[in-house]
Design a protein around this ligand. Sequence first.
Ligand SMILES: [Zn+2]
Length: 317
Amino acid sequence: MKIIDTHCDGLMKLQFAKRGQYGYKLPMHFRNAEALDTNLERLKQGNVMTQFFAIFIDPDVPSDEKWQHALEQIDLFYTEVIGKNPEMKHIRSWQDLNGLTDGEIGAVLTLEGADAFGNDLMKLRQLYRLGVLSIGLTWNNANLCADGAGEPRGGGLTLLGKEVVKLNNQHGVFTDVSHSTVNGFWDIIELSDYPIASHSNARAICEHPRNLYDDQIKAMLAKNGLIHVVFNPPFINEDSETASISDFMKHIEHICSLGGVKQIGFGSDFDGISSFISNLENASDYQNLINELLKFYSEDEVRGFARQNFLDHLPVL
Ligand SMILES: [Zn+2]
């Protein structure tokens, strides 16, 4: 069954390799690098039809170097992910998803944290032009748009952050709530036409600030938003670095119990996580999850989780 996955950090690892950081080294070929959970061969084996690639700027990068880091990751997306692999097709607008043929894999560029553009909306407009189709205002740290989930102050969106959500609406770009504070979440729900949680689970099942409370899940569903559940064990089982597929399925079951069966998808967070669900350790394992889900849900429902719910909730301008 074909998959759409709304979050991975492969670009971050490609940048680490280019810069020789954290033990990553060149060559790191997107096609088959062992270090990449989402390399092309693994995406093919897992039957992933479209993978989202996040531009992520580490909070430790000095402010005046953040834009350069973002451009470097975008360049790696264009040269290493797309440029060297004819099967990889850049999804520049949502309509492009319809044009994918069998054997082709769509690649969507997303932004995880407005840190990349600071307060410079010219840079944000350039990101739209370069094909960014989903924007989370923060990672876990605070920035000029909002506080992130790890910021104890817990503030919502700044005026600039609210402006960015409105611009996202105008461009048919998702606003991603996955790293938001609770206050930031409610600001986004109020303002966003296209909210998505690209990689978050249910907080009723696992108490973690990256997960969503039931009232947040209900608000997302009421707003026609998407909730893509994430494979990171600490977001599945409290204070744990291990999880089974059945532990993970409790989150799906819970979101379904709140009415979400038609709005659930997957956002693995591969290449951004260091522990894994058993039998779901990189993109090539995706069908293990599908086979397990098919024991408990109808084929139609599982196809929804895998890709169709996402396709049914695309931004329409
Ligand atoms: Zn993340």
